[in-house]
Design a protein around this ligand. Structure first.
Ligand code: FES
Length: 155
């Protein structure tokens, strides 16, 4: 099998992920799965004054998923919600200096996880944002603070 060529920044975020874990008493949690590979992502956020005050992530994902989510958390931490929801997988991938072509889909997991967390935050404060709704929304699982994802051995 060919060795994937990850750049140094991707490898650095993979080995030392920023903002890994969960937030105690998070304002909202998003969980999504990647339909391409079946990997899972969970993103927790705390919001203050319409900004992402704090953010954490856990994943059952590959090196690219970990690196892109680590970078995403750095990009959106402190950002206004309306700006954070516009961040795309392409923005995150560019911030990392690119990904091997066959791993590009992994960056979607990070962005979809953030959108899901924002969706549940808005829902909690009474704002309907169907455009941010996760595709496989399950009311019983996604906005409950008690989540079922176990700790990844990597994060
Ligand atoms: S292979 Fe599943 S997220 Fe990368």
């Amino acid at each position: 099998m060919d060795r994937l060529e990850y750049n140094d920044m991707v490898l650095e975020h993979f080995k030392n992920p920023r903002n890994a874990g969960t937030l105690e008493g998070a304002d909202a949690i998003g969980q999504v799965g990647n339909p391409v590979c079946g990997d899972m992502m969970e993103i927790s956020i705390n919001v203050k004054d319409d900004r992402i005050e704090d953010i954490r992530f856990r994943t059952f994902g590959c090196a690219s998923a970990i690196a892109t989510t680590s970078m995403l958390t750095e990009v959106v931490k402190g950002m206004r919600l309306e700006e954070a929801e516009k961040v795309t997988w392409d923005d995150v991938m560019k911030s990392l200096g690119g990904l091997p072509k066959i791993k590009v889909h992994c960056s979607l997991l990070a962005v979809d996880g953030l959108k899901a967390a924002l969706y549940y935050y808005y829902k909690k404060v009474g704002v309907d944002r169907p455009d941010l709704k996760p595709k496989d929304e399950d009311e019983d699982h996604h906005h409950d603070v008690e989540v079922n994802i176990q700790d990844s051995p990597l994060v």
